[in-house]
Write a protein that binds this ligand. Structure first.
Ligand code: ME8
Length: 597
């Protein structure tokens, strides 16, 4: 049942008032966020006039070139962004690079370059990868930009003025690789490659060092119960559920105050603390504010900031699900709507690392598999809840089976001049395929129609929850069913001189083209080039590709089909060229061996 319009309007106004209100303490910020959530939930989930959406990826460190995992986060975000656009949202999508901190300072030194030149070089490599892979970001943020410096300084001053930052000292473990402070319980013993005993982070395996420093502390401990309340009141705030539970568990443990600056003498490459040139702002506080910078903070930022959704890898969950919400509560800003967390890609069951020589270069692979092939593979095989292992062979087999043979084969059959000499969207004959059985269609055909009719809702539900692999699994199953339908009725065997056979043949093709139209429409967020090629071949115009336009097989319900009788679009070649078995894994292993020598 829909909520009456009046109630929706009132709730929207109330949300808007709350969103605009200035507030003074973390408690009132939390109250505001909870009230907004309650109002949102009571008003058909979102306001009917609120069609804005804002999605972000992590901003990536520029200490090394991009790898497969970075592209994966960007492809997920791009998919959600494109999906929201198809739904008619005004969606903004931000990605970019994280350029400050000790790790970058050291990497620039090692490369013998000044830090900004070094950052610009690597940032351009990320940008080039994303542009090559059709990542349709609307903003690319670099933390070395002036607009970001202003936002961070303002954010710091707000926390300072509220008494949430104080001068103290930190003594404990620090991992430069993770740019993270660790407690004794998070640290373990290990031996480095030269046989020296070292201390490492139990979570990341990266080396940690003891540090003792005067710096500024954030009153993180004051926010523990508010964070718990937020999560308990918003069980969908962190998805999938597995990671929500992880964060709840963290919040049940001790939550010490957080060091939010480093001594300038140690860290020069960063934003100075306002009013204290001897200290540099902690790189994670600096980096997290990027999401606000893009939204326009500290100026007009509400429109985007109220509808923010973050995509993050599981490695940076604590920063996004504990520190960031605490900072935001402190600054009196709304919390993100959703933090979507994904697991990692491994290679040969191991973490990708330079020293193991198993880093997968996404640019090289997208040349081998095509951009859409790479996107499809990552989203079809990547599972948010658990790690996925990468092999070239897996990609090769999956793409040939699902894109070349199954989807491409179906399009070929329906558009081949031998079966469709007039090159039109053929007519549907209700006597051959009545809405209830009795024509030439059989039970399995009706099951297929039912599955395709339900497909848009199934796919949308999986896109919404970032389970893109499930959406693709469902589409792929339907494509197989449609191929089965064509195979079952073997239209190439029909007698065309017989008018009833000809009508049945046209109907088989009409139904298959309708199925293809649904698949092409739903696949747009994942494989934009292939979908465009497919829909163009079917003669579906750009303004007929929205999710509201799907309306599958209206003829079976006695309604007009706007596509029936249209001339098909021109043939621009196969949808996805089968990949030759290049024995890619073997070749790449050889390359790695050579490189090592
Ligand atoms: O942490 N599999 O940057 P980062 C899947 N600058 N995704 C992976 C991955 C893998 N093997 N490896 C990395 C930082 N990622 C900070 C973020 S945000 C305010 C600051 C992806 O370059 C995943 O999204 O180390 C992970 O969270 C992110 O890259 C870490 O990138």
């Amino acid at each position: 049942m829909r909520t009456p319009f009046l109630l929706v309007t009132r709730s929207c106004k109330a949300i808007h008032r709350l969103q605009q209100s200035a507030f003074v303490s973390p408690v009132s910020a939390l109250y505001r966020h909870q009230t907004i959530s309650v109002l949102r939930n009571s008003s058909t989930v979102s306001c009917e006039d609120d069609r804005s959406y804002y999605i972000t990826t992590p901003i990536f460190y520029v200490n090394a070139s991009p790898h497969l995992g970075h592209l994966y986060s960007a492809v997920i975000a791009d998919c959600l962004h494109r999906y929201k656009l198809l739904q008619g949202f005004n969606s903004k999508f931000a990605t970019g690079t994280d350029e400050h901190g000790l790790k970058i300072q050291q990497a620039a030194e090692a490369a013998g370059k000044d830090p900004l030149t070094f950052c610009t070089d690597v940032s351009e490599r990320f940008k080039h990868l994303f542009n090559s892979c059709n990542i349709s970001y609307t903003d690319y943020i670099r933390t070395t930009e002036q607009r970001h410096h202003q936002a961070v300084k303002h954010f710091w001053s707000v926390l300072w003025n509220k008494g949430l930052i104080y001068k103290g000292s930190y003594e404990g473990w620090y991992s430069t690789q993770d740019e993270s402070f660790l407690t004794a319980l998070q640290v373990g013993d290990a031996v480095d490659s030269s046989g020296n005993e070292i201390k490492v982070s139990l979570e990341s395996g990266h080396k940690v060092e003891w540090m003792k420093e005067e710096n500024y502390m954030f009153r993180l401990s004051a926010f523990r119960s508010q964070l718990l309340d937020w999560l308990k009141g918003n069980p969908r705030a962190i998805q999938p559920e597995l990671f929500y539970q992880v964060v709840l568990k963290w919040l049940q443990e001790d939550l010490p105050d957080l060091s939010v600056s480093r001594q300038r003498s140690r860290l020069q490459w960063g934003i100075p603390v306002p009013g204290d040139a001897e200290q540099t702002i902690y790189v994670w506080l600096d980096a997290l504010v990027n999401y606000l910078t893009v939204a326009g903070y500290p100026d007009k930022h509400n429109q985007l900031w109220n509808v923010a959704h973050h995509i993050v890898g599981k490695d940076i969950l604590k920063f996004h699900a504990v520190y960031w919400p605490a900072f935001l509560l402190g600054a009196g800003l709304p919390l993100p709507q959703t933090i979507y967390v994904h697991s990692h890609w491994t290679v040969g069951g191991k973490k990708m690392s330079k020293s193991l020589g198993n880093v997968v270069d996404p640019l090289e692979r997208s040349k081998q598999f095509t951009t859409d092939g790479m996107r499809y593979f990552l989203l079809r095989q990547g599972v948010p809840d658990s790690d996925s292992d990468y092999t070239d062979d897996k990609a090769f087999k999956l793409l040939n089976a699902e894109l070349a043979d199954s989807l491409g084969g179906l399009l070929n059959r329906c558009t081949a001049p031998a079966l469709n000499p007039a090159q039109v969207y053929t007519a549907f004959c209700p006597q051959s395929f009545p809405s209830e059985q009795g024509g030439r269609a059989v039970g399995e055909d009706y099951h297929m129609l039912e599955a395709v009719k339900n497909l848009p809702a199934v796919v949308e539900q999986h896109y919404e929850s970032m389970h893109v692999y499930k959406a693709l699994e469902a589409i792929s199953a339907c494509v197989r069913q449609t191929n089965g339908f064509v195979q079952r009725h073997a239209p190439w065997k029909l007698e065309r001189s017989d008018i009833t056979d000809q009508r049945w043949l046209d109907t088989i093709i009409h139904v298959s083209l309708e199925c293809l139209r649904i698949y092409g429409t739903l696949l747009q967020p994942v494989v934009p080039e292939i979908s465009d090629k497919l829909l163009s071949r079917l003669g579906v115009q750009p303004d007929e590709r929205g999710l509201a336009d799907v309306n599958f097989l209206p003829k079976i319900r006695g309604m007009d089909c706007p596509f029936e009788g249209r001339v098909l679009g021109s043939d621009t070649g196969v949808l996805f060229t089968r990949l030759e078995n290049l024995d890619i894994d073997k070749q790449n292993r050889k390359k790695t061996k050579k490189a090592k020598k």
